[in-house]
Design a protein around this ligand. Sequence first.
Ligand SMILES: Cc1cc2nc3c(=O)[nH]c(=O)nc-3n(C[C@H](O)[C@H](O)[C@H](O)COP(=O)(O)OP(=O)(O)OC[C@H]3O[C@@H](n4cnc5c(N)ncnc54)[C@H](O)[C@@H]3O)c2cc1C
Length: 377
Amino acid sequence: MKIAIAGGSIAGLACALTLSCTGHEVHVFERSATPLRGRGGGVAVLRQMLRFLEQHGHQTRATLAVPTHRRRWIDIAGNVMHEDPELLPFSSWDAVYRSLCSMLPSAVIQYGRNVTTVAQDAHGIEIQFENGPPIRSDILIAADGTGSRLRSLLFPGTTSSYAGYIAWRGLVSESAFAPAEIADLIENITLFRSADELFMAFLIPSANGSLDAGQRRFNWLWYRNEADLAKVESFLTDRDGQRHHASIAAGALSEHSLAHLRKIAPERLPRILSKLLTSTESPFLQVIYDALSPSFASGRIALVGDAACTLRPHTASGTSKAADDAVSLAQALNASQTAESDTVRVLADWAEVRRRAVEPLLLKGPMLAKSFGLGYS
Ligand SMILES: Cc1cc2nc3c(=O)[nH]c(=O)nc-3n(C[C@H](O)[C@H](O)[C@H](O)COP(=O)(O)OP(=O)(O)OC[C@H]3O[C@@H](n4cnc5c(N)ncnc54)[C@H](O)[C@@H]3O)c2cc1C
């Protein structure tokens, strides 16, 4: 089949990979004018994602991740309050993205192609773009993220809902600090919690994927409850005055947001964690939303990744879920290869099974957030 994919990030590329492996003609349309390098911060890479990359020929375990060995809670004075063993591979969004890109022929992905509208009929689907000619395909995969335009087109009235807290984030090179100063942070996921906030930090690979000591970067996230929607609006307005849906990229935070962050960090965080933040050149912001599509398919369109449902970051499952979406969709379509006319039914069946499968993760996120004192209760 000819399969179009809207969105060339983790979920879209994972689908491109599995569907081209099972013999389909795949085209990815990404609205960004250029590859998405440099976006995102650290991600915990769960076993499913590592297995997925390895099954597609990428040797990941040694090159993609910096393992942590302990989950360590500290108090405001920096003393260890509690620690548990935890072996979690951490990587960067960039490293996962690069691995996926490297496994696809570059002609598969077209940049600067913003999907605007779609029209389905009995034989296929017509896809229109903001610029460039329309195309026709047998199936469209909506991998256009948490603010999915396609989800809104298919299911009018469904929107993502603000979860009541935001995540300030940043990356800072390990080499910006004296080794003794950061010795306690190496190999640990370090956490600090106080009322209405949770800070965490861990090491991830360097921007070019190096895992060598001194080259790696600290990834930090500072979750903070923010009930004042006017404040959230102002944080989501970038340095050029443009309002964004859910995030502000590194380098685009307003002066007001930067000043706010740099003022509150030394007041509220243990010294070394505050230093990670104040040493970060370009912090960025992600506002936490919940989104669940009423169905993961409508006719010839399947929704995957954050467009289908956006999991809370505490589950560390977003990329693994995207990989599972891609594998299960390719399996469902492969099994139906002999009956092309059944495409709509196959997608509907896949959607139902998949939605049930992600339900436990959807419930787990708010529960974890609540246990940290985050979000609307
Ligand atoms: C604070 C935070 C921390 C996280 N930590 C982790 C973690 O530790 N581990 C983990 O596994 N996951 C984590 N995640 C989640 C993870 O990043 C995502 O779930 C995962 O990357 C899947 O994203 P996606 O590809 O579905 O969507 P996105 O990455 O949002 O991509 C959507 C793509 O679609 C494009 N697009 C949008 N509209 C259109 C259109 N109309 N036409 C064409 N293209 C379009 C966009 O430009 C974008 O490239 C975290 C998320 C947050 C917010």
